[in-house]
Design a protein around this ligand. Structure first.
Ligand SMILES: [Ca+2]
Ligand SMILES: [Ca+2]
Length: 189
């Protein structure tokens, strides 16, 4: 929608409300429903549940937000500690409502960006996405490799920009491999 037609539709809506109020009619609000399942259509319900579990695990205060202190501990536990400034930068990157903390919806934006290849793999958010995307301890390295390959396959099928995505995925795969190796090394010193 162009800025002009957007403005027109807002004014139009305003006019309708005014008319309705003048006629003594009840005005229904148009709510912007936040439904992560419909908004993040690129994720399966199972994946969203897994992200939810990760989010809850690190939302120690259990208030539905990851604040700076919780993110700090999360990154330490993941083996990728960040500076204070680094943590602030990570939050700012997805903090769409600018409340200084990460809601679950904003948390999902991290994975959306990661899958779209918009995160540098060694940036704070890039590391967060990589280190939480899969539990290597559970599936083992070979399992993880197949998991990622299956994921990439799935994305190639569904994405319109095959070549661009393929290239980005190759970079991500490189990240994933390095990440897995790192994790594996840490497990077996
Ligand atoms: Ca919290
Ligand atoms: Ca926020």
């Amino acid at each position: 929608m162009s800025a002009e037609s957007e403005l027109f539709s807002v004014l139009n809506r305003r006019q309708q409300i005014n008319d309705a109020l003048e006629n003594g009619e009840e005005v229904k609000h148009t709510y912007r429903v936040v439904n992560v399942y419909t908004e993040f259509h690129e994720f399966s319900r199972k994946e969203i549940k897994e992200y939810q579990a990760t989010f809850s695990k690190y939302d120690v205060g259990n208030d539905g937000y990851l604040d700076l202190a919780e993110l700090k501990i999360m990154m330490e536990k993941l083996g990728a500690p960040q500076t204070h400034l680094g943590l602030k930068g990570m939050i700012a990157e997805v903090d769409e409502d600018k409340d200084g903390k990460i809601s679950f919806r904003e948390f999902l934006l991290i994975y959306r960006k990661a899958r779209a290849g918009e995160l540098e793999c060694d940036s704070g958010l890039g590391q967060l996405a990589r280190l939480t995307e899969i539990n290597v301890d559970e599936v083992g390295v070979n399992g993880a490799k197949n998991f990622f390959e299956a994921k990439i396959e799935q994305q190639l099928r569904t994405n319109k920009f095959h070549d661009e995505i393929r290239q980005e995925q190759e970079e991500k795969r490189q990240c994933d491999r390095e990440g897995i190796k790192e994790k594996w090394k840490r497990k077996k010193p």
